[in-house]
Design a protein around this ligand. Structure first.
Ligand code: GDP
Ligand code: MN
Length: 336
């Protein structure tokens, strides 16, 4: 018996030795979820899937943030699922609330106009708070200060496949800044003056534009107009040093000063996407086509050996990224 098991034991020992002897085997990273107490069931579902499909092998920490304190029940029921450490934080008011210098009359008129245009979340102030926070504040939260990479998770999303390697280590070892699974077209009425603001910024700060940029991901005519493409930010694995750096800091402050997070409904997805398109090299972006994922009605399922080795529960190659409302096909052409 012991003879039969020898090769397996040797393999296990050598794999463990290799893992332990590799310097920095783990990345400086955390799983991150912004959510409300009322979303507990969806939070449990997402955490359970990430744990089963990935994190039970890697034990990365979790951070949950909320604009209100989490309840004891929330903390208890979430904590027992996690294989790594879990922290719960409250967001400081000054990172979340609509600032006093925003003209509320103007903002209210903009919300009413957007409602008449039937834009989703047209009249929601809390949604705008959330988009602005995800654009310029999450990486400033004290609980995130020790970390470099984050994986953004939302309640009620689906993770269809096993991930048999560490995506954070992949990001770090390949010098990646930002990674996505799905890309699509933004609702133009939510960002009518965003691109004009971006053009103003590019004129004032040309030094931040990367020579190997992907502006052509977000503009089809050399930067004149926004094509409304963006990476869907409900899934993101990215490097917070990018957001904490000079270019993005200047960029966010510039956008913030225009008030477009409240006078329009600028989303964190177009803001992040435009920023990485301008300020990073195409080599620093990554499409995790092997991560099976679904948010609301749009999903992505890997195909072929990625589908089978991932033991995916989705239908192979059934992907939003193949359709006309996706920007991923264009991205693949641009980057390869
Ligand atoms: P959608 O994906 O654009 O439809 O927006 P969601 O409603 O899913 O919100 C995006 C993320 O922000 C989710 O993780 C939500 O749980 C979270 N979120 C949205 N609004 C609030 C809020 O007012 N408070 C808190 N704590 N989380 C929020
Ligand atoms: Mn969502």
């Amino acid at each position: 018996l012991s003879h039969d098991y020898q090769p397996l034991r040797e393999y296990a020992v050598s794999a463990a030795e290799k893992f332990l002897s590799t310097p920095n085997a783990r990345a400086n990273a955390t799983l991150l979820m912004l959510c409300r107490n009322s979303e507990l069931e969806g939070v449990l579902s997402s955490v359970r899937q990430i744990e089963d499909r990935f994190n039970r092998k890697f034990n990365y920490p979790w951070i949950f943030l909320n604009d209100e304190p989490f309840t004891d029940e929330f903390k208890q029921r979430v904590s027992i699922l996690a294989s790594g450490t879990v922290q719960f934080g409250t967001i400081p008011e000054e990172h979340w609330k609509q600032p006093d210098w925003i003209d509320e009359k103007k903002a209210a008129a903009a919300r009413a106009k957007m409602k008449s245009q039937r834009v989703p979340y047209a009249d929601s102030v809390s949604y705008r708070n959330m988009c602005r926070w995800n654009s310029g504040f999450f990486y400033k939260h004290e609980l995130l200060q020790p970390y470099r990479y984050y994986w953004r998770v939302e309640p009620d999303v689906q993770y269809y496949c096993d991930l048999n390697y560490d995506p954070f280590v992949f990001m770090r070892d390949n010098n990646k800044v930002y990674a996505f699974t799905i890309s699509l077209i933004e609702i133009p009425a939510s960002v009518p003056t965003l691109w004009d603001t971006v053009k103003e910024f590019m004129k004032e700060y040309p030094q931040y534009i990367h020579p190997n940029n992907t502006i052509s991901f977000v503009s089809d005519n050399g930067g004149e107009d926004y094509n409304h493409c963006h990476y869907w930010s409900n899934f993101e694995i990215a490097d917070m040093d990018f957001y904490r750096g000079e270019a993005y800091t200047k960029f966010f402050d510039f956008l913030e000063a225009k008030g477009g997070f409240y006078y329009e409904r600028w989303g964190d997805a177009p803001v992040h996407s435009i920023a990485v398109s301008l300020f990073t090299s195409k080599k620093q972006l990554h499409y995790f086509r092997d991560i099976g994922y679904k948010h609301d009605s749009f999903g992505h399922c890997p195909k072929g050996s990625e589908w089978s080795s991932g033991k995916c529960t989705c239908k192979p190659d059934e992907s939003f990224n193949k359709g006309g409302h996706s920007c991923t096909w264009g991205w693949i052409h641009l980057v390869h």
